[in-house]
Design a protein around this ligand. Structure first.
Ligand SMILES: [Zn+2]
Length: 94
């Protein structure tokens, strides 16, 4: 499993809200919130990670003993966060 660094999330809250506010209401459906930074990510650019251990880790294909009680299922991640945390590429699906 790969640790997910979400430490930037709270600091970036104001910027994140501003980014969402700029998207016209009729285009909101084109975006998901990035799991890591909560900023809007175009659906076509998102990668998906299987979040486990209550939210702090991403599963790799080699992870077999996933605790179902702490399985947070799949979440989208934007290209910037994938770049900042390259280890997550091992866990990401299209
Ligand atoms: Zn992000």
């Amino acid at each position: 499993m790969i640790p997910i660094d979400r430490s930037n999330q709270r600091k970036a809250r104001n910027l994140c809200n501003a980014m969402w506010a700029k998207i016209p209401a009729e285009r909101r459906d084109d975006y998901w919130p990035c799991y890591i930074c909560e900023r809007p990510v175009l659906k076509s650019k998102a990668r998906w990670i299987h979040v486990i251990e209550g939210g702090g880790h991403a599963a790799e294909d080699t992870d077999t003993n996933i605790n179902p009680a702490a399985d947070m299922l799949w979440h989208p991640v934007g290209p910037e966060c994938m770049r900042r945390q390259p280890a997550l590429r091992r866990a990401a699906k299209q």
